[in-house]
Design a protein around this ligand. Structure first.
Ligand code: HEC
Length: 483
């Protein structure tokens, strides 16, 4: 993709333009006057590469979840700097000494500020991999998780895939090794990292649960992340007493823990089936992608009750087939129930009303629904509004509006709602205040401004609201979180 060249290309205009400014300045000394001869050529190279940097930058800007305000500044400063290089070139050609000086000073400032903003955007030095820090399932297909060996088959492969590169025999960051049970129990420079039975106070689990951009979050933000399900699994494994020798089925587990374990099995099988990790396809609820559904929110709690405990009969296979024929991805949410998730990602922008109305026939089974970047009619929204078994719903970057959002107010089982990137105002959101079971609400990149946040907080006092890159829960009394 074009955008992926941005991180490489940006270094060219920085180099050329700084060199041009340098030569221009030291060329004032008679003994270095010859350097000035090369300034126009270097400036032209700087302009061309700056233009390329702008184009590749624009291409990459839509592809990841960057902090919007910072991105805006970086973008405009980048374009401004490119124009300034044009200005300096003009002044140099015209031999306008004062203008040249003025432009060179402005250009120096432009390059410095743009570069700094770009650096901040990428959280430091590594441009290339930022934004790619996605959750990728670490485990290969597991046939029956209950008979798997908890440590050898599950814990160790996760650590191996995500941690051992920095915490193994090669490197021991934080003086911690995670490649063998005794090392794990030894802990790191700050002492013990896992306490049997006490996940909440285990440093290792705490770090996994920290928001992705927190300094102590593990793995560091630019590395491939654990999926929510894997984190929930490790949380259980610590709570269940750090079984290094037992099979999964021999360790204590509640109904919720079993749901987590089933989800892990499901996720591991999805890797094999789809040829692509579940995290990347953004299956509602199971993925922990940074760009996807619910990045950085306490995963253990997101799984709670997401699958109803009542049993349900299997959905009519004919309906499922019709949905599949029309491009919808229909999957069981776990291996132990008939509950379904439906994902419309491959259907396209205009999802026909008739297709959405078909969902009524699997209303009993359908608990997770995902539609992204769709343009639905009000009849389409109304059809979704009738799916009252839904616990999770994602309609992000869609044409949801203050009028159509009312259709969702009857989704009484909804716990998790992602309407990120919608043009919905606080008035529209008021229509959702009847959703009493709502636990998490994702609104980032929408049309709300900071003045709306305290109203929002009052509207949904018990809901953890995800504001995207800030990724902070709205705590009671905390109104300072959005600049
Ligand atoms: C890219 C390298 C890298 C990867 C991958 C990584 N870590 Fe770390 N980890 C560090 C660094 C650097 C430190 C020390 C600085 C700090 O405390 O944050 C650290 C510290 C820690 C500590 C604190 C140790 C102590 O006693 O101070 C824990 C716990 C930890 N990591 C867990 C993990 C886990 C679990 C994973 C995998 C899911 C992981 N890390 C993956 C680099 C990494």
């Amino acid at each position: 993709m074009l955008g992926s060249f941005h991180p490489v290309i940006v270094h060219l205009p920085i180099g050329f333009l700084l060199l041009a400014i340098l030569f221009q300045w030291i060329g004032r000394r008679a003994s270095y006057a010859h350097l000035r001869l090369s300034v126009p050529v270097i400036l032209v190279l700087g302009m061309i590469s700056a233009l390329l940097a702008c184009l590749t930058g624009l291409a990459i800007s839509g592809s990841a979840d960057y902090p919007e305000e910072l991105l805006g500044w970086h973008q405009w400063m980048g374009i401004g700097t490119t124009l300034l290089s044009l200005g300096m070139f003009w002044a140099v050609q015209r031999k306008e000494a004062r203008m040249t000086n003025l432009f060179s000073v402005l250009l120096l400032a432009g390059v410095t500020v743009t570069g700094h903003l770009g650096g901040s955007l990428t959280h430091g030095e590594d441009f290339l991999s930022f934004g790619k820090a996605e959750a990728k399932p670490a485990l290969g297909p597991i046939a029956d998780i209950q008979s798997a060996h908890a440590y050898n088959d599950l814990v160790q492969p996760i650590f191996e895939a995500r941690c051992v590169s920095c915490h193994g025999s090669g490197k021991q960051k934080g003086k911690l090794r995670l490649d063998q049970p005794d090392f794990i129990l030894n802990g790191g420079e700050d002492g013990v990292v896992v306490k049997a039975g006490d996940a909440e106070n285990s440093e290792l689990i705490k770090r996994l649960l920290l928001p992705g951009d927190a300094k102590k979050h593990m793995p560091p933000i630019r590395e491939a992340q654990l999926t929510d399900t894997e984190i929930s699994f490790l949380h259980w494994w610590v709570r269940a007493g750090l079984g290094f020798k037992q099979l999964v089925k021999d360790l204590p587990q509640s109904a919720e823990d079993r749901a987590v374990l089933n989800a892990l099995q499901q996720q591991s099988q999805a890797v094999g089936e789809e040829g692509e990790p579940a995290g990347a396809t953004g299956r509602p609820g199971l993925s922990g992608t940074k760009a996807g559904a619910g990045a950085g929110v306490k995963p253990v709690f997101t799984l709670k009750n997401a699958v109803p405990s009542e049993t349900v009969k299997a959905a009519d296979p004919a309906i499922i087939d019709r949905l599949k024929v029309n491009g919808a991805v229909v999957l069981p949410v776990n291996a132990s129930s008939n509950y379904l998730s439906v994902n419309f990602v491959t259907v396209g922008k205009q999802v026909p009303d008739s297709l959405l109305e078909l969902l009524a026939d699997i209303r009993e089974q359908l608990i997770w629904l995902k539609l992204d970047e769709v343009e639905l009619t009000s009849a389409g929204y109304a059809a979704i509004g009738k799916l009252d078994k839904l616990t999770r719903l994602q309609i992000s970057r869609a044409n949801l509006s203050d009028e159509t959002i009312g259709a969702l107010s009857g989704l009484k089982n909804l716990q998790w709602l992602n309407i990120a990137g919608s043009n919905v105002s606080i008035e529209g959101l008021r229509k959702l205040s009847s959703l009493s079971g709502l636990q998490q609400l994702f609104l980032y990149k929408g049309s709300l401004n900071s003045a709306d946040w305290s109203a929002l907080q009052q509207l949904f006092p018990k809901v953890q609201i995800d504001t995207g890159n800030y990724r902070l829960p709205l705590l009671p009394g905390d109104t300072s979180l959005v600049k």
